[in-house]
Design a protein. Structure first.
Length: 221
């Protein structure tokens, strides 16, 4: 079994908003939370127990420091950024979520930091994990978050002209997006038909007989 197959599945469960998690003093000892406290004694962590691993909330002002320590401190050694995403709490802001794993220490953690709804900005972590590049580009276009210092924060999945909608935000109206998608599909339908016909002409695509079997039998009779 490969090392990747041994890696536990990421904890994608919800977690309380900052200030509503477990009291730090009452949190069980012997977890990854203890290691983070030792590595970063000046950071105000709020721990919570997720479905499979510990979740740590902390202020966004400490984001770069926490991520750098998570990767570089040998006690943590979390060189693998499993993924980066966001959770929209509307007027309460958004949580940035970082799933980390250490192949040497065989432990993981979920880091979460809240950014305010009226200032959806956070420092990039591409200077910590190069793999954060595409993750941040996707979060930027899907949630409207600006990752300051990102080397190339351009759309990853969406068309470049789709700048007024962020599909994973809860305040996005779906009807205009569906209308836009329908227009795109209609405009491309003729092109698709031409491609299919050309492939069939060249014998590279089987011609599908759409005639109903019963109708064909009736004609033969």
């Amino acid at each position: 079994m490969s090392e990747q197959e041994k890696t536990p599945k990421p904890d994608t469960g919800g977690t309380p908003a900052p200030g509503k998690g477990a009291e730090a003093s009452a949190f069980p000892s012997g977890t990854i939370y203890d290691v983070f406290k030792e590595a970063l004694p000046g950071v105000a962590f709020e721990p919570a127990q997720g479905a499979s691993e510990v979740i740590l909330h902390f202020p966004v002002s400490d984001l770069t420091k926490v991520c750098r320590a998570a990767k570089d401190d040998p006690r943590l050694d979390m060189k693998f950024l499993r993924f980066l995403t966001a959770v929209d709490y509307m007027d309460e802001g958004m949580d940035l979520v970082y799933q980390l794993w250490s192949y040497t220490r065989k432990h993981g953690v979920t880091l979460k930091t809240r950014i305010p709804a009226d200032n959806l900005r956070a420092p990039t972590v591409t200077n910590v994990w190069r793999g954060a590049d595409w993750h941040e580009r996707e979060a930027a276009e899907m949630f409207g978050i600006t990752f300051e210092g990102h080397p190339n924060l351009v759309p990853l999945l969406l068309p470049e002209d789709m700048t007024d909608h962020h599909p994973l935000r809860k305040d996005v109206p779906l009807a205009p997006i569906e209308e836009w998608q329908a227009e795109r599909l209609e405009s491309s339908a003729g092109v698709i038909e031409e491609v299919v016909e050309e492939l069939q002409r060249r014998g590279r695509l089987a011609t599908v007989d759409t005639e109903a079997p019963d109708a064909a039998e009736g004609e033969e009779a």
